[in-house]
Design a binder for this molecule. Sequence first.
Ligand code: SAH
Ligand code: MG
Length: 216
Amino acid sequence: MDDRLTGLIDRTKGFLDKEEGFRLYTVARDAGRLGPCLEIGSYCGKSTLYLGAGCREAGSVLFSVDHHTGSEEQQPGEGYFDPETYDVRQGRMDTFPLFRKALIQGDLEDTVVPIVSKSAVAARRWATPLGLVFIDGGHSFPAAFTDYQSWVGHIMPGGYLMVHDIFKNPEEGGQAPYYVYQKALASGLFHELPMTKTLGVLKRLACGELPEDLPK
Ligand code: SAH
Ligand code: MG
């Protein structure tokens, strides 16, 4: 990643640590060789710039899904509200203009396919196998679980599932992302890779691969 892109990422609003972002980039670079990648929760494009840069290097594509009207905690009066994301004409949040600006400035318009939709609607007739799914959308239990169950079945053998905002200690944060992370592990279909801060990284077993804990 060049200095121009890292400078743009620093100026882009979002909820992602630099180390986590760099991990998104390196995993996307690998996953992009398998197939297209998909994220849920674009917001203003911070994670998209990292994932998109990795996909671009791999010659791949990133589908970036967000209804762009914000999560519960980002609404006016809530803890993570940012007035610059509010559109007075619509009378609601709209992060799409800022997201689009980030894509243009990051020279990612030939790599990133924005999908302005609820995750579950975009998933309804989805039929494309994916090299990577990154879940960073709504943080209620129903929202996080819906994202997981909508997309997990599309991850290719050898592909990745990444989940943001994993707090193993409930005192540090909400438990919905950790819940879906554990569900994925319990399925037996994924290897657990080292986490980067609150970013969980799971790799789907390749065709014919056996899990490490398989009884002899
Ligand atoms: N990945 C971003 C942060 C995402 S914040 C970053 O790097 O900064 C969570 C985003 O999820 C918000 O933009 C919100 O609009 C979106 N979101 C929440 N629930 C959603 C749903 N059901 N479908 C699509 N997007 C959703
Ligand atoms: Mg997050």
